[in-house]
Design a protein around this ligand. Structure first.
Ligand code: SF4
Length: 319
C-alpha cells in the first residue's frame, strides 16, 4: 500500500487548506495492490533531507505528499519548489498549502543552485507554487533560478515545471529566454474536469502556453502531464493527447491521482496497469517522443533518465 508521508503538517496551526475545511469528506475506494512504494528510511533519503533543510529549501516531494519520496530521495533526486510553500490557487487535487504567500526570497536562486551542486545532480527539476499575486507571476524569479544553476552547475540539465502564468503578459517569454532544457507545464486533467479539479486554470490557455514555448525556441523540449482517476473518460484522455501533439509537445506523463486528504477530490477509480500500458502505446502512435504512463508516474519521477531518452529520441529522428 502507498505510504503518504505527512512531513509538513504536524506543527501547522492555520489549516493548510482553509477553503476546504468545511467541505464534506470525499471517500475514495481502498488502494489496490499495484500501488506500492518503499518507506522513506534509507541513508540516501536522510542525506537528501539534510541538504534540503540546510539550504532552507521547499520541495514538492514533501509538500505534495508524493508517494515516490522514498525512492527518489534515496537517489538524491529532489524537486525543489521555489517562491515559497503557499499557493494562490486552490486546486481540488493538490496538497500544497493555500493562502497569501510572503515576499520572494532574493537569495533563493543561489540556494537552489548550491543544493543542486551538493546533491551532484546531472538533471534538476524546479517547480513552484502559483504566484498570481506577483505582477509577472514569478517569471523573473524562475529565470534567475535557471541562470543561477547554469552558473554553479554548468553540466546539469535543467527542467522546469511552471504554473500557467494566466493573465501575466510577457511572463512566459521571460522564462523561455533563460533556456531551460525542458519546459514542463501540466494540464493535470481533461477539459471537462477543469471546473471541478482545476478551477483557476483554463485548458486552452495551458495548451497555448506549451505551443508558445516551441514557437519561441524549438530546441527546448516541452512536456506535460495529466492525472487519471478523477472521473475522466478514455476518449477524453485520447483527445488531450491530440491537443498536446497539435501544440508540438514532446513528452507526456500520465499517473494515477491519489487523494491527499478526505477534503480533497475523491479518487473516482484506480486505473489498472494494463490501461496505463494501453495509454502509453496509443500516445507513442500519436507521435510523442517520450511517454511515461503508470500508476506512480509523476512529472519529475525518473526525470533524469527520461531526459536522456528524450534526447536520444530526438537524435534518432534527425538521423
Ligand atoms: S516523483 Fe518527483 S515529486 Fe515525487 S518524490 Fe520524486 S522527485 Fe519528488
Amino acid at each position: 500500500m502507498v505510504v503518504l508521508v505527512d512531513t509538513v503538517s504536524a506543527s501547522q496551526v492555520r489549516p493548510r487548506h482553509p477553503e476546504k475545511v468545511n467541505r464534506p469528506d470525499a471517500l475514495s475506494p481502498p488502494k489496490p495492490d499495484w500501488i506500492r512504494v518503499r518507506a522513506p528510511n534509507t541513508r540516501g533519503y536522510a542525506d537528501t533531507r539534510k541538504i534540503v533543510k540546510e539550504n532552507g529549501l521547499v520541495t514538492v516531494c514533501e509538500e505534495a505528499g508524493c508517494p515516490n519520496i522514498g525512492e527518489c530521495w534515496d537517489k538524491k533526486h529532489a524537486t525543489f519548489m521555489i517562491m515559497g510553500d503557499t499557493c494562490t490557487r486552490a486546486c481540488a487535487f493538490c496538497n500544497v498549502k493555500t493562502g497569501m504567500p510572503g515576499a520572494l526570497d532574493a537569495s533563493e536562486p543561489e540556494h537552489v543552485a548550491e543544493a543542486t551542486f551538493k546533491l551532484g545532480l546531472a538533471h534538476i527539476v524546479i517547480t513552484s507554487v502559483d504566484r498570481d499575486d506577483l505582477a509577472d507571476g514569478g517569471a523573473e524569479h524562475f529565470a534567475q533560478t535557471v541562470r543561477a544553476i547554469r552558473a554553479r552547475c554548468p553540466t546539469t540539465t535543467i527542467e522546469i515545471l511552471t504554473p500557467d502564468f494566466l493573465r501575466k503578459d510577457g511572463a512566459l517569454e521571460m522564462v523561455a529566454a533563460a533556456k531551460p532544457d525542458v519546459f514542463n507545464h501540466n494540464l493535470e486533467t481533461v477539459p471537462s474536469r477543469y471546473l471541478t479539479v482545476r478551477p483557476g486554470a483554463r485548458y486552452f490557455h495551458s495548451i497555448r502556453l506549451l505551443q508558445r514555448v516551441k514557437e519561441i525556441d524549438p530546441t527546448i523540449f516541452t512536456k506535460s502531464g495529466i492525472m487519471v482517476g478523477l472521473g475522466e473518460e478514455r476518449h477524453e484522455v485520447l483527445q488531450v493527447m491530440d491537443d498536446l501533439r497539435s501544440a508540438d509537445v514532446d513528452f507526456l506523463t500520465i499517473g494515477q491521482y491519489l487523494q491527499p486528504t478526505r477534503k480533497h477530490h475523491a479518487v473516482m477509480r484506480y486505473v489498472t496497469p494494463d490501461e496505463f500500458a494501453g495509454y502509453e502505446k496509443v500516445a507513442y502512435t500519436k507521435g510523442f517522443l517520450m511517454v511515461s504512463a503508470s500508476p506512480l508516474t509523476r512529472s519529475s519521477h525518473h526525470a533524469g533518465d527520461d531526459f536522456a531518452k528524450l534526447q536520444a529520441a530526438r537524435a534518432a529522428l534527425s538521423r
